[in-house]
Design a protein around this ligand. Structure first.
Ligand code: TXA
Ligand code: MG
Length: 312
């Protein structure tokens, strides 16, 4: 299959309109989109990614008004989050309207809804004229794509279109908040932090264990480079092979790593992590040392991704 790489929103949306896939940029990571109302198109997402059918997709919208089409109930806490953070790097789990196929939501009675803040993403969804079901635009199990080049590495020749945009502003996937339970819960931490959400409703919690049950995606191997990932607090450890090792973190070191990335701050760390993992794989790095950070603010999201990369 030929993959069209384009910066034309009308061209990319023409693929969606005819039931095909197109990757597109967002402020978090690139997505792999299909018409959320078209079951055949949605099936192509699962096939292209090699994604298990029990891992539901996020439905992307370009207007807050569309939430009422997709969800049956919008609890008070969801209304407050929408008011403060939509459009933005956050996804809400709400009770699903029947208009959306069980294929999209993997048979759950809930739906994940996100309105990205990326101008290109918003225009793309609007021109498509339908809600866009989209997971991150990577092969299942590999790190999420933060540039269109990463999408091409995984999908060149396998999907018909990639809409070009800038590098992802945040570089980590959206914060996922389940608003359907008694107590609202963060299922996946992201750049909109638990602390920010607690200002809206102090009951909101990050329930690590419930994450496994509530958000099916969280149980799968994720975010993982081929290299081994090790978490470190300092450099007081022996390294036998410098050439095949890499380091990402905020601390400077005199160790002569094969490649390294010293991040300015936590935001830079979050933004750089996945592309660094991909760079390490391309350079056949064997071990990646990653600096541990405190699990607060955006540090909670960074550590969530790092721990998954270690355990896979
Ligand atoms: O930033 C993002 O969220 C990106 C961009 C493209 O929007 N998308 C993304 O999609 O990261 P994906 O499929 O890689 O991750 C979606 C997560 C998965 O962990 C999935 O299990 C969870 O959201 N999810 C989707 N629908 C759900 C539902 N109804 N209930 C609970 N979790 C759900
Ligand atoms: Mg993903």
């Amino acid at each position: 299959m030929k993959t069209l790489v384009t910066n034309s929103i009308p061209k990319a949306s023409s693929f969606i309109k005819k039931g095909e896939l197109s990757a597109f940029p967002t402020e978090t990571v690139y997505g792999l989109g299909a018409n959320a109302y078209d079951e055949n198109a949605v099936k192509k997402i699962f096939k292209a990614k090699g994604r298990p059918a029990d891992n539901p997709l996020i439905v992307h919208i370009s207007s807050k008004k569309d939430i009422a089409l997709l969800a049956t109930e919008i609890p008070v806490v969801a209304k407050k989050i929408i008011k403060k953070f939509f459009p933005g790097p956050i996804t809400l789990i709400l009770k699903k309207n029947e208009i959306i196929s069980d294929l999209v939501t993997s048979g759950l009675d809930t739906i994940a809804i996100r309105m990205p803040s990326s101008k290109i993403a918003l225009r793309f969804i609007k021109v498509c004229g339908v809600p866009i079901a989209a997971p991150s635009g990577n092969l299942s199990g590999s790190p999420s794509p933060t540039s269109f080049i990463h999408v091409l590495v995984d999908f060149k020749g396998k999907i018909p279109c990639v809409l070009i945009g800038p590098k992802a502003k945040y570089g980590l996937e959206s914060t996922v908040v389940d608003c359907t339970g008694k107590v609202p819960a963060v299922l996946r931490p992201g750049v909109i932090t638990l602390e920010q959400l607690k200002k809206i409703d102090k009951r909101i919690k990050f329930l690590k264990k419930s994450t496994l049950i509530k958000s099916p995606g969280q149980k799968y191997k994720h975010y993982s480079p081929r290299a081994k990932v090790r978490l470190i607090s300092d450099f007081g450890f022996p390294i036998s092979d410098f050439k095949n090792t890499a380091y990402i973190g905020m601390k400077k070191s005199r160790i002569n790593f094969g490649i390294y990335k010293i991040c300015k701050d936590l935001n830079d760390y979050a933004k750089s992590l996945f592309s660094f993992f991909r760079e390490c794989d391309a350079k056949k790095i064997k071990t990646i040392y990653c600096e541990k950070v405190p699990e607060k603010g955006i540090g909670l999201a960074i550590m969530n991704r790092l721990k998954k990369a270690v355990s896979s």
